[in-house]
Design a protein around this ligand. Structure first.
Ligand SMILES: *[C@@H]1O[C@H](CO)[C@@H](O)[C@H](O)[C@H]1NC(C)=O
Ligand SMILES: *[C@@H]1O[C@H](CO)[C@@H](O)[C@H](O)[C@H]1NC(C)=O
Ligand SMILES: *[C@@H]1O[C@H](CO)[C@@H](O)[C@H](O)[C@H]1NC(C)=O
Ligand SMILES: *[C@@H]1O[C@H](CO)[C@@H](O)[C@H](O)[C@H]1NC(C)=O
Ligand SMILES: [Cu+2]
Length: 381
């Protein structure tokens, strides 16, 4: 059973609880009450909810009735979790990595690989498009459900607010997310002349890329040292270890100011482009900046190979939800952008389906607009 079912059940039980007549009430009174009550119910049905305050529970405005879930999971920033909560999350991720894969996609050996494989296969269709944010929101949710249902995880997906690390003035490698015990381990082993430039080097340098200076090899400490992966790196299908190249030169794209400047953007169109980054923008933004700041697998199409992918994208998801919250009425249903990377372009609509392949049934963008709804059932703290 998942969170959706739990909250639905709770609501139903609350709504349906009725009082049984007390035995000492005379039977004629019960009959009379029943008649009056039936009349009231009929009247109520005809004139609608809200007409009889006090007799029936006050309903919520039409449309909101079953839209929001009763007890949303609370997604927290990594450093605000207790050590016990951190270990619970890490243990659940390791569990997913021990379970056999079900996707049958190339290279996917484990349930953890399934997600990287779907991301690789879908990569060309889910970035630089109108559904970039909604697709990743649903993807994170499906991952969270797998952790819960298949690995007994009882918490919520955490997020990583890297702007806190930038604000601290220290190296990103000192972030609590890179802790060897209560984090995801640190940098990759130094590789001689590693430069981490995988795509158009000229373009990357123009976008603000400066080589990390260290790392590039396998992560050697923490719970994901010797973490074996078979999807990636990039589009390759090769057995390899989790690699990283933590890049402090990316800090300037991940500052609190960079997050703050997204908030006043008035249209989703500006917002989605400004949060995602190159090559649509000329220089890096928070999405690509975060990927490149971690480097290695995280910088490639196979980025879900690094467990930090989920924490980085959860923060981007929070930023989107925060942006909506700044002007709910005008921003909630604002959606735009091409549905494909290549022409002929057609704008996505709320009915556009987010394809998770064999990971989960498709849902529409409309179904993932609000994080505390019945389907997603989470909020950010
Ligand atoms: C990094 O690698 C790219 C691609 O192989 C190459 O074009 C570029 O010159 C290299 N840059 C440095 C600084 O070594
Ligand atoms: C790389 O990017 C530069 C600058 O935009 C462009 O002039 C060049 O054609 C690109 N090279 C490739 C191989 O795409
Ligand atoms: C894939 O592997 C080949 C051979 O090992 C290598 O030359 C190539 O750069 C790799 N491609 C990517 C996208 O990592
Ligand atoms: C919300 O957006 C609408 C439409 O753009 C605008 O008229 C209104 O002033 C905004 N409200 C706030 C509080 O910014
Ligand atoms: Cu992605």
């Amino acid at each position: 059973m998942n969170m959706e079912d739990v909250s639905r059940k709770t609501e139903k039980q609350t709504t349906l609880s009725t009082e049984t007549p007390r035995p000492r009430v005379p039977s004629w009174l019960i009959v009379l009450s029943t008649i009056i009550l039936s009349a009231l119910v009929a009247l109520h049905t005809i004139i609608g909810f809200g007409a009889l305050p006090g007799i029936f529970p006050k309903p919520r405005p039409v449309g909101t009735e079953s839209r929001l879930c009763a007890r949303p999971a609370i997604r927290q920033e990594w450093r605000t979790l207790s050590n016990e909560q951190k270990l619970e999350y890490i243990t659940a991720v390791q569990c997913l990595h021990r379970l056999p894969g079900i996707s049958h996609l190339q290279g996917a050996k484990t349930r953890f690989d399934d997600f990287a494989a779907v991301h690789v296969v879908s990569a060309g269709a889910i970035h630089h498009v109108g559904h970039f944010l909604p697709w990743h929101r649903r993807f994170l949710h499906v991952h969270e459900i797998a952790l819960r249902e298949e690995c007994g995880f009882e918490g919520a997906l955490p997020y990583w607010d890297w702007s806190l690390d930038v604000a601290s003035g220290r190296s990103l490698s000192e972030s609590p997310v890179f802790d060897p015990v209560y984090g995801f381990g640190g940098n990759g082993l130094d590789i001689a002349d590693y430069n981490g430039s995988f795509e158009n080097h000229t373009l990357m340098v123009a976008a603000g890329w400066v080589a990390p200076g260290a790392g590039g090899g396998c992560v050697t400490d923490g719970p994901f040292a010797e973490f074996m992966l078979s999807v990636g790196p990039g589009l390759n299908i090769t057995d390899h270890c989790l690699s990283r190249a933590i890049n402090d030169n990316m800090q300037k794209f991940l500052s609190p100011a960079r997050v703050a400047e997204l908030m006043p953007l008035t249209t989703f169109e500006e917002f989605r482009i400004e949060i995602e980054g190159t090559p649509v923008t000329k220089t890096f933004r928070v999405h690509d900046g975060g990927h490149i700041a971690v480097g290695g697998d995280m910088q490639r199409f196979s980025s879900p190979n690094d467990p930090l992918f989920y924490l980085h994208h959860a923060f981007l998801d929070k930023i989107w939800w925060d942006w909506v919250g700044m002007n709910f009425s005008s921003r909630l249903e604002d959606i735009s952008g091409p549905s494909t990377v290549n022409p002929p372009y057609e704008d996505v609509t709320l009915d556009f389906e987010l394809d998770m392949m064999m990971l989960a049934p498709p849902v529409t963008i409309r179904e993932v607009l609000e994080t505390p709804n019945q389907l997603l059932c989470h909020i950010y703290e």
